[in-house]
Design a protein around this ligand. Structure first.
Ligand code: CUO
Length: 671
């Protein structure tokens, strides 16, 4: 994982030989007297590797070592599925190590690290190994490219101990004259982009059982991305921007421009920019076997809309599969994402993925200039670009079309007899009740593992991100039933009004709700007070885990904690749990519901599993831990007569008006 672009071995060659034009390692294969760890005597530890039958990498090597890699490109998906399987099939960890060493110096570094990570996470005998933070392995995908030249200077001239962190300004990709730049701090947040990469690492689209055995993966694709759009919209409101517009005109100019200012250290190229008013065009990228027309996309879209209207889809063998209220959304998710679980990839195509690709090659759609894809073409970097949200607003709208076709929840279905919430408030220390507080925070990340600046040791990058004061929810619940009752407490937050300050209709507000927490409660008879801390959120992972370091706080090798550590890299970054708010207090509505646990419960043993960010990431190796449709109770449109949130409420729900106050102060790094 360290310095992924460099070879692991060095070769002592015989005096006279002819060097064939091959990979470094292969060039010397027959002429070497010795192949040794390239760190040689400087290295404190030597690892011997077993001799094993060599895997057939022929296909996999068709992706050059210095090309960029994208899981949106079908060819790359296939190659990664092959390599993942090679790693999964290794007899034991020692063989895996040998094969990985062999592959490391030949395979494209992005592909190698991705496939090895997926394999390590999914193999029983390696799942307790720790996957290093991707920021450290590939800092080029996260940091302004200027950081690297400054880092080089720091590392080559300044001795360890006297080095200073390289500070990335909060605004470096555009100026305030660009409206969309108001939310750049959020789009370009390291934690958000890490979460997105990690989500797709945990839920690959191709690779056999690691895809097909995942519980409700299509539905989770829908829900986790629906929540991204909802959270983005909330953030936009806080910055006086209106809701993101769906990208529905695929033949007209796109007004959003984006200049990422990232250089790929592997591809040795800048991620291309998109200027204003570019238009999506038919793609023909021979080098990547990509050939798709805008018309193909339109056909896939229309077939999916047609299936929603019909209530069924047509599988490859011609049979009909109903899109019902239990599995329909899951099937649609797999169709949209075009995972291996799509019942008919031929008919419904790969709408979501090719949308990413069309946008990412918009600057060079026929590869005349041999340009690589832009940031929207890579899971790791996609969320930086404003167009990501316009595309995903469209994708989400398809899912909402389907949700709109489902039967409405009746008041009886939503209610929990004998359970009434009588009060809720938010407590932030030193603040009035029902007030969230946000501010800027600086943090440091070591990027030295991903770059070779000769001198080992650390070089830190200092960046500024949003953060909030810890707070708690205090919920008063009356249990008038007979004896103890169990429930699931569901907490959501949404802007109190639309962008013009007008009150919401339920059907518009329901897709704006962002999940804040979900947890089980036990209610004894009579009045109960539930206190829940913000840090316990089922949506987020703690800051320390988002930016976990290889050496500090490291659980013991092979321990249960370490196993949990990897999967738990997936999770919304805790520092972005609360939207930014405004200096004078952004008005929001907190919604709390307690549903009957008997209807929510999923039988499974969760001991030792990673489930502390289960809302968006599920449970490692287990079932999604809530039987209700994801997003419940906001996943369906309002019943007759419940056209506002107030009218939607049953006794087991409550709404609290609250404010999010943002202070422009910046807190210096914790240590
Ligand atoms: Cu996560 Cu479009 O799926 O990026």
């Amino acid at each position: 994982y360290d310095r992924p672009t460099e070879p692991m071995f060095r070769v002592k060659a015989k005096k006279s030989f002819k060097v064939p034009k091959e990979y470094v390692t292969d060039r010397f294969k027959n002429v070497a007297v010795e192949i040794s760890n390239r760190f040689g005597e400087d290295d404190s530890e030597t690892v011997t590797i077993d001799s094993v039958p060599l895997p057939d990498l022929a296909d996999i090597l068709t992706l050059g070592r210095e090309e960029n890699f994208s899981l949106f490109i079908p060819k790359h998906r296939n190659l990664s599925a092959k390599l993942i399987n090679i790693f999964l099939q290794a007899e034991n960890p020692k063989h895996l190590l040998s094969i990985a060493c062999y592959a490391h110096d030949r395979v494209n570094p992005y592909l190698f690290i991705y496939a090895l990570s997926v394999a390590l996470i999914h193999r029983k005998d390696t799942k307790s190994l720790k996957i290093p933070n991707q920021i450290q392995t590939f800092p080029d995908k996260y940091f302004d490219s200027q950081v690297f030249s400054q880092g080089k200077e720091e590392m080559t001239v300044v001795p360890q101990g006297l080095r200073r962190p390289i500070e990335i300004p909060r605004d470096y990709t555009a100026s305030d004259l660009e409206e969309e730049h108001r939310v750049a701090y959020w789009r370009e947040d390291l934690g958000i982009n890490l979460h997105h990469w990690h989500w797709h690492l945990v839920y690959p689209t191709d690779g056999g059982e690691i895809v097909t055995k995942k519980d409700r993966r299509g539905e989770l694709f829908y829900y986790s991305h629906q929540q991204i759009v909802a959270r983005y919209n909330f953030e936009r409101f806080c910055n006086a921007l209106k809701r993101v517009e769906r990208l529905t005109d695929w033949q007209g100019p796109i007004k959003e421009a984006y200049f990422p200012k990232l250089d790929s250290l592997v591809a040795k190229r800048a991620y291309p920019a998109r200027v204003q008013d570019m238009t999506m065009q038919d793609l023909d990228i021979p080098g990547q076997n990509i050939k798709v027309d805008v018309d193909d996309m339109i056909r896939w879209r229309d077939r999916i809309y047609r299936a929603i209207a019909d209530g069924f889809i047509t599988a490859t063998n011609g049979s009909k599969m109903n899109l019902d209220d239990v599995t329909g959304i899951d099937i649609l998710g797999n169709i949209m994402e075009s995972s291996e679980l799509s019942p008919n990839r031929q008919l419904y195509g790969n709408l979501h993925g090719f949308g990413h690709l069309m946008l990412s090659y918009i600057h060079d759609p026929r590869s005349h200039h041999l340009e690589p894809f832009g940031v929207i073409g890579d899971f790791t970097t996609a969320m930086r670009d404003p167009i990501f949200y316009r595309w995903h607003a469209f994708v989400d709208d398809v899912f909402q079309q389907f949700n709109g076709s489902l039967p409405r929840y009746t008041a009886e279905q939503l209610d929990y007899a004998g359970v009434q919430i009588t009060d809720v408030n938010i407590k932030t220390p030193n603040a009035p009740d029902n007030e969230f507080r946000t501010f800027w925070q600086q943090s440091d990340v070591d990027m030295s593992r991903g770059v070779d600046f000769q001198d080992p040791g650390s070089v830190f990058v200092r960046f500024t991100h949003l953060n909030h004061e810890p707070f708690s929810y205090n919920i008063t619940v009356n249990n008038t039933g007979n004896g103890v009752q169990e429930g699931t407490c569901r907490i959501f937050l949404a802007p109190a009004t639309d962008e013009r300050g007008n009150p919401w209709l339920f059907n518009n507000q329901r897709v704006m709700f962002v999940e804040m927490d979900r947890f089980k409660v036990t209610l004894r008879q009579g009045q109960n007070t539930i206190t829940r801390n913000s840090t316990q959120s089922s949506v987020t992972i703690p800051f320390e885990r988002t930016f976990r370091d290889l050496d500090t706080n490291r659980p013991a090798e092979g321990s249960e904690e370490l196993d949990i550590f990897n999967f738990c890299g997936c999770g919304w970054p805790h520092h972005l749990l609360v939207p930014k708010g405004t200096p004078d207090g952004f008005k929001a509505q907190l919604f709390v519901m307690i549903s009957n646990y008997a209807d929510d419960k999923v039988e499974q043993d969760l001991s030792g599993s990673c489930n502390d960010a289960e809302s968006y990431c599920g449970v490692r190796g287990g079932k999604y831990p809530d039987k209700r449709p994801m997003g419940y109770p906001f996943n369906r449109v309002a019943r007759q007569g419940a056209d506002t949130l107030q009218r939607f409420l049953t006794g087991n729900m409550i709404v609290q008006n609250c404010r999010i106050v943002h202070s422009d102060r910046t807190v210096r790094p914790r240590s």
